[in-house]
Design a protein around this ligand. Structure first.
Ligand code: NAP
Ligand code: BGC
Ligand code: ZN
Length: 352
């Protein structure tokens, strides 16, 4: 079967011919429909994040997937069920407390592998297998956009952590600042815009489809070149909530400057190394005197995945059509990774 992945020493994804996997009892064989591409995939391709499975020189990419069950083996799934796989699996040495508690997202990197990212093959192949507990049912009506359950689940978790950190007092966020107008940032805008005023930071000139999309969601575009993060409160509004989705290290620090008193910043980006000069005293004092919080958040567990599937119902249909701009067949897979993608790219392997 065809699979898309990277090889040691290579600098771009390639098409491989690999064996179709055989599901063991308790596993499910899934026929892949669509697999999304995000900034993390690009970081994996460049070697800035993740790695090959132990002892291998090749990694099948893809961690945002949706597919159809073709062989449920001994599990409760039925042939024809639509499913989205979770990303994390126990490490080669065996399971651990994080997985036993069904909290794989809380495992440190040494206690898990991530399919398509770090240490385990992903879902960018015509078929994949998975143990049943790592598959989340998706209503068939959402089969087309079910691959977005994974990135939405990441945001559901981050927003949950942010809200929970503010749960000891009356916190009624009215304003959010999303840093980044890439695929993750725009999804965050779509989730938050029905609930509060949303500003979204980018660094692009108009006309630009990401700016058009965020404005269609009633958000306000903030051009980082004119208004850096720390100037947002004076130029626009202080933010009760910041969602960082740029991967720019300075935003981890500057997001605190953008917060209103009692606000929280959720950091999602996966930056490389970068040194900054920071007034640590002012940063520290601002956090303390204004009861501000920063939470880092990675991956998502089953609860947030189920919430993400519910969001597929809540988001307007027009949003998916405008958000997924580059849906390409396996034959044209390079286009999903190329520099010319517009907003969100995905590879289509098959239809329901
Ligand atoms: P992406 O495609 O790289 O998008 C990042 C966006 O941020 C781009 O639109 C970029 O603008 C913008 N940006 C970068 N630096 C900026 C700056 N200094 N000022 C203003 N805008 C800036 O990545 P993505 O898929 O949206 O994901 C965002 C980040 O989250 C990535 O680092 C990714 O690895 C990470 N991520 C983390 C998780 C998690 O579980 N924590 C999950 C998914 C993704 P241009 O396009 O104009 O350059
Ligand atoms: C994925 C997460 C993963 C994270 C770190 C993100 O792009 O969506 O599932 O945990 O990267 O590798
Ligand atoms: Zn991702």
């Amino acid at each position: 079967m065809r699979a898309i992945g990277i090889e040691s020493g290579g600098d771009r994804p390639r098409l491989f011919d690999v064996d179709r996997p055989d599901p063991a009892p308790g596993e499910v064989l899934v026929r892949t429909l669509r697999v999304g591409v995000d900034g993390t995939d690009h970081e994996v391709i460049t070697g800035d994040h993740g790695g090959f499975p132990a002892g291998e020189e090749r990694l099948v990419l893809g961690h945002e997937a949706v597919g159809v069950v073709v062989d449920p083996t001994t599990t409760d799934f039925e042939r024809g069920d639509v499913v989205a796989p979770m990303v994390r699996r126990p490490p080669p040495g065996g399971t651990n407390a994080y997985f036993e508690r069904a909290e794989p997202d809380m495992a440190p990197p040494s206690a898990c592998v991530e399919r398509g990212i770090d240490g385990a093959h992903g879902f960018m192949s015509e078929y994949f297998t998975s143990p049943a507990p790592f598959l989340i049912p998706v209503p068939e009506v959402h089969a087309a956009w079910g691959f977005l359950a994974e990135p939405i689940s990441v945001l559901e978790k981050a927003l949950d952590l942010a809200r929970t950190s503010r749960s000891s007092f009356t916190w009624e966020p009215e304003t959010a600042l999303v840093l980044g107008n890439g695929p993750l940032g725009l999804l965050a805008v779509a989730l938050l815009a029905p609930e509060m005023d949303v500003y979204c930071l980018g660094r692009r000139d108009r006309p630009d489809p990401t700016i058009d999309l965020l404005e269609s969601l009633d958000a306000t575009y903030v051009d980082a070149r004119e208004t850096p993060v720390g100037s947002v409160p004076a130029a626009y509004d202080p933010a009760d909530l910041v969602v960082e989705a740029t991967g720019a290290p300075r935003h981890a620090v500057e997001s605190v400057d953008a917060l209103a008193p009692n606000g929280v910043a959720a950091l999602l980006g996966l930056p490389g190394s970068q040194e900054l000069t920071v007034d640590a005293g002012r940063f520290h004092e601002d956090l303390v005197l204004h009861n501000k919080a920063i939470v880092g958040s990675v991956n998502a567990g089953p609860t947030h995945f189920h919430a993400a599937v519910d969001r597929l119902d809540a988001l307007p249909a027009w949003f998916f059509d405008r958000y997924v701009t580059d849906l390409v067949s396996v034959d044209r897979f390079e286009a999903a990774f190329g520099p010319d993608t517009t907003i969100k790219a995905a590879v289509e392997f098959d239809t329901v």
